[in-house]
Design a binder for this molecule. Structure first.
Ligand code: 5GP
Length: 218
């Protein structure tokens, strides 16, 4: 026995509208837990934004390339949002699982519900809410030039995600956590607390591993 409990891997999924803080929180999480948390880089057909790093933020591909990959069955799941295609590669899941690390995803609510349905005991969903639409608008505009059409699209998507969030309210098991991001440091503390607590849940720990700890020797 090496003094460690062995447990099943967790898929942590951060969901939330534009400017809810998902990317920053993901970066902070993988920086704090580099040995046991791996970010799943999605593939997208949208163009990179200022500051985004290919291969780190996303794998940026053309729409044709995305569709060809989809035809080849490379995606575990994919969705179209704001007129762009986004998908998670099957290989991201397989590599993460075989490396023994927990995985961290930043995907939309439809993708998250899909994952939860397929891996109900291994998926933890965290929905991040900006404190208000006004705060969201300010954060989006603060990022640089955002045209009115893009802003409207992002608000429409946020409304659709909120509607889905309300719809699953009574459907326990589909959603786990909702955190309001008023202050980034406090929000980070909450999210990391969720990660730490979820890792200690009894249901995740392999029975053999518990038995080794509980074996009483005279
Ligand atoms: P953005 O263009 O702002 O980076 O992302 C738009 C939306 O697509 C966000 O809600 C983001 O979480 C979602 N998204 C990013 N990657 C994936 C993915 O692999 N699958 C799904 N279903 N949604 C994704």
């Amino acid at each position: 026995m090496n003094g460690e409990l062995v447990r099943k891997g967790i898929l942590f999924i951060l969901i939330g509208p534009a400017a809810s803080g998902k990317s920053t929180l993901c970066e902070r999480l993988v920086t704090e837990f580099p040995d046991n948390l791996q970010y799943s880089v999605s593939v997208t057909s949208r163009a990179p934004r200022a500051g985004e790093i290919p291969g780190k933020s996303y794998h940026f591909v053309s729409r044709d390339d995305f569709e060809a990959r989809r035809e080849r069955g490379e995606f575990f799941e994919w969705e179209e949002t704001h007129g762009n295609l986004y998908g998670t590669l099957q290989s991201n899941l397989l590599d993460g699982i075989s490396s023994g690390k927990d995985l961290l995803f930043q995907i939309d609510i439809r993708g998250a519900i899909n994952y939860k349905r397929q891996f109900p005991d291994n998926v933890v969903t965290i929905f991040l809410l900006p404190p208000s639409f006004e705060a969201m608008r300010k954060r989006l505009c603060g990022r640089g030039a955002v045209d009115q059409q893009e802003l409207t699209r992002r608000f429409d998507t946020a409304r659709a995600e909120y509607a889905m969030l309300l719809k699953v309210y009574r459907d326990s098991g589909k959603f786990d956590y909702v955190v309001v991001n008023k202050d980034l440091d406090k929000t980070y503390d909450e999210v990391r607390a969720i990660v730490i607590a979820e890792r200690a849940r009894y249901l995740r720990i392999e029975l053999e591993s518990v038995k080794q700890f509980c074996e009483v020797t005279a």
